[in-house]
Design a protein around this ligand. Sequence first.
Ligand SMILES: Cc1cc2nc3c(=O)[nH]c(=O)nc-3n(C[C@H](O)[C@H](O)[C@H](O)COP(=O)(O)OP(=O)(O)OC[C@H]3O[C@@H](n4cnc5c(N)ncnc54)[C@H](O)[C@@H]3O)c2cc1C
Ligand SMILES: *[C@@H]1O[C@H](CO)[C@@H](O)[C@H](O)[C@H]1NC(C)=O
Ligand SMILES: *[C@@H]1O[C@H](CO)[C@@H](O)[C@H](O)[C@H]1NC(C)=O
Ligand SMILES: *[C@@H]1O[C@H](CO)[C@@H](O)[C@H](O)[C@H]1NC(C)=O
Length: 533
Amino acid sequence: MKVFVSIAAFVAGVLSQSTFEPSDFNITEALLDNGVNISAIPELAPLVERSLISGCSLACRSLKFIFGDDLVETQTEPTYNAFVNSFWSAQQREITPQCIFKPEKALDVSTTVLISRLTQCPFAAKSGGHSAVPGGSNVDGGITISFEKMSKIALSADKKIASFQPGHTWFDIYTALEAENLAVVGGRVSSVGVGGLTLGGGISYFSSVYGLACDNVESYELVTASGPIITVSETEFPDLYWALRGGGNNFGIVTQFNVATIPRAPTMWGGMRSYLAPSFPALINAFYNLGVNAKIDGKAHQILSFAWAGLQVAQLELEYADPIPDAPILAEYNAVPGAVADQTAVRSLAQLTTALAGPASGPGLRQAFWTWTVKLDKEMATLAKDIFFEELPSIVNATNLIPAVSLQVLTEPLLEKTATKGGNTLGLDAKDGPLLLALVAIKWSNSADDDRINRFAARVKDRALAAATAQGKASPYLYMNYGSPYQNVVAGYGPENQARLKAISEKYDPTNVFERLQPGYFKLDGAPWGNGP
Ligand SMILES: Cc1cc2nc3c(=O)[nH]c(=O)nc-3n(C[C@H](O)[C@H](O)[C@H](O)COP(=O)(O)OP(=O)(O)OC[C@H]3O[C@@H](n4cnc5c(N)ncnc54)[C@H](O)[C@@H]3O)c2cc1C
Ligand SMILES: *[C@@H]1O[C@H](CO)[C@@H](O)[C@H](O)[C@H]1NC(C)=O
Ligand SMILES: *[C@@H]1O[C@H](CO)[C@@H](O)[C@H](O)[C@H]1NC(C)=O
Ligand SMILES: *[C@@H]1O[C@H](CO)[C@@H](O)[C@H](O)[C@H]1NC(C)=O
């Protein structure tokens, strides 16, 4: 009861502050502020008085009128197909937007949001396009915003802050910063985008030293629902600053991330090793011990995956932040016998991220991610693997199937960093750690298999969580970047954070532009596709 009283009091507190968007907000006037006079756009003139007509063709024609043909791709243009085929998953490639808009600057993004409001045409925003959620960054019949022309990277004079726009993948950022012996806390695969990964959290090779990507963002340039482009930091719009750290695409479109740099040696050690079933128990022991010992040496990093490739295999991604193959913390892993392949080596961060990209990431296949979180525990890790293999026969004949369950650790030092700079939205607490973060990731090619594959993943997750719950080892946390559209990610942040996020959204976006007009991805209220396949 007490917790609900405090949420109500908190929400009332937020709402009593002045709202960001005036109650008599006028879209036509906001567009004039952006230099766009819609009375002068023949298609839009009738909407000056009434902005309720649904019209994506109007919206796209207006964007062409305002910005010219080069920045707006429609379905008959070859560049349109090239863009749609740049999404990672087949499901996102199947979505056909009315047009693709390629803004060159934040003001163009602001104008798009206002045009979307005026015409009530839905939109989506694509950074690296690696969301596994169909419709996460592409929208059927609407405006898909591509950031490909927004690709500035800059370093502050003191080199402490790297600023980059969302048109980038991590490879670009790491390559640019490597020349200065710097890096940022970001993704582990070259082709993934900076936008989605950072807004959902962002697990890096260096997260046990520096925390999640979102916890290293010093400030954001944000396009808001009513058009203003604002800087959001710990001191400017601190409530939005909190909300953006884990809140996904629900609070605006980020047009620039200003991120703390980290000093880096030019190279590091790491890569993939593969093992067969006899090595599994030793791998799980080493996984557990490395996770627990992160507070002794946070420079090590791991992902332990179990997969089916005609036989049971384990794939271990093991890294160390310095160019040392035999750091003492890695001794147990390095002693596990039976590696059937070993691609570990000393190389640059950018090079390391390419090892897992390309065909290995399965671009163009159908994709499903499902996630859950439990206390770090050897029995829970073993159970995740065993349940995964037990349930596998129900999908194993699906065409081009590549199924895996990946285990990672949200280590104690990583969890401690979630409290920095006023904390983030994820609802994680170092005293509950370390946590075991599980991801079922499946690739396949035939849409007729979609339902049974999602039902398989749901069963694995449900059985693993039920076992954890029975032992008091379950966590409500769901990692947005690994969530299925059938999972209610924001509820997993806890009722207090969910209520706070909704109150902040109400304050800055009273008509729910970023939830209603941008329907894809994880919203503040409920799973995108409801609770279960
Ligand atoms: C091969 C692969 C490797 C991965 N590796 C990692 C990893 O190392 N660590 C990790 O934590 N996760 C990892 N992930 C998960 C990854 O974080 C998510 O898939 C993430 O959504 C990808 O971001 P993106 O920008 O490429 O995706 P997109 O599909 O472009 O975007 C995802 C969501 O974010 C929104 N968005 C993007 N940019 C903006 C913006 N500027 N403003 C507002 N909203 C925006 C989009 O609208 C969309 O809803 C990986 C995924 C894949 C497929
Ligand atoms: C918005 O402003 C324009 C231009 O000032 C005006 O013509 C229009 O009537 C206003 N619309 C609404 C809904 O108030
Ligand atoms: C907008 O365009 C209309 C039609 O061309 C014109 O009459 C009006 O003066 C313009 N308004 C502004 C503020 O430029
Ligand atoms: C694949 O396996 C499922 C479940 O075991 C079965 O129902 C289906 O008929 C099989 N399909 C093919 C093409 O063999």
